[in-house]
Write a protein that binds this ligand. Structure first.
Ligand code: UDP
Length: 240
């Protein structure tokens, strides 16, 4: 474990990371690539918890914009994350990594309910725990879930894997070619500058609980391992 910077990490995977080029649905070959990368990190002896998003399936906000009740639309979103979690579990187990899925909305036939102490026990035993159904409450996001679970599990860092963006910029680098990348920021910087990294609930929770966040590009193979080994490839967010 000598080259490892972080021994217990919380990896946040957006739904898009599991969707391939179109950004929609579940793409098993794409998920397998992600699973292989996660396995490399797991093989180092790092304890890994994963929060999966659901934006490839459904976003509650979008449902509300077209007339649905927000809370109802959010529940659909949370159920979408469960589908993603099961797909990721399938891929991780196919490459030989033991996993457990825990859901914040009970569905005992497909996964364990979220139990903090049990999740910690799984991590200690070398199992990857995948958290699904977000916080279990509408009006929240899976980024907030990541900040919450990282706090509960005493994870040292949230690894926020982004699709095609290698950190936090002062403008969207896909739109503005003059956009500049930050290497270090505080959570307060993100809130004050209105940077679109995570929602403010997630940022303030991370700030209050002193959680380090590393934002990096998921698309370059080996990046998760690099971050865990302490290489500074993205943007690190810590402190107030
Ligand atoms: N969601 C929710 N409560 C939570 C987490 C998620 O209601 O605690 C819903 C919300 O509707 C959200 C959807 O699940 O739009 C998918 O999650 P998110 O948008 O965070 O996924 P990501 O952008 O990471 O793919």
């Amino acid at each position: 474990m000598s080259d490892i910077k972080y021994k217990r990490v919380l990896l946040k995977l957006s739904g898009e990371a599991l969707a391939g080029d179109q950004g929609k649905g579940i793409n098993p070959p794409e998920i397998l690539k992600v699973a292989e990368e996660i396995k490399e990190v797991h093989d180092l002896g790092v304890q890994i918890a994963i929060v999966v998003g659901g934006g490839n399936m459904w976003r509650g906000e979008a449902g509300a914009e077209i007339g649905m009740e927000r809370a109802q639309a959010d529940y659909i979103g949370m159920l979408g994350t469960v589908m993603n979690a099961l797909a990721l579990q399938d891929s991780l187990e196919s490459v030989g990594v033991p996993t457990r899925v825990q859901t914040a909305i009970e569905m005992r036939q497909v996964a364990e309910p979220y139990i903090r102490r049990k999740a910690i026990r799984h991590l200690e035993k070398g199992r990857i725990v995948i958290f699904a159904a977000g916080t279990g409450s509408p009006y929240f996001s899976t980024d907030t879930t990541a900040a919450l679970r990282a706090s509960e599990l005493n994870a040292e860092v949230i690894l926020m894997a982004k699709n095609g963006v290698d950190g936090i910029y002062n403008a969207d680098p896909k739109v503005d070619p003059t956009a500049k990348k930050y290497t270090k920021l505080t959570h307060m910087d993100i809130i004050n500058k209105g940077l679109r990294v995570m929602d403010t609930t997630a940022s303030s929770l991370s700030m209050d609980n002193n959680i380090t966040l590393v934002v990096f590009n998921m698309n370059n193979r080996g990046n998760i391992k690099k971050v865990v080994e302490g290489e500074e490839i993205g943007t690190t967010v810590e402190g107030k």
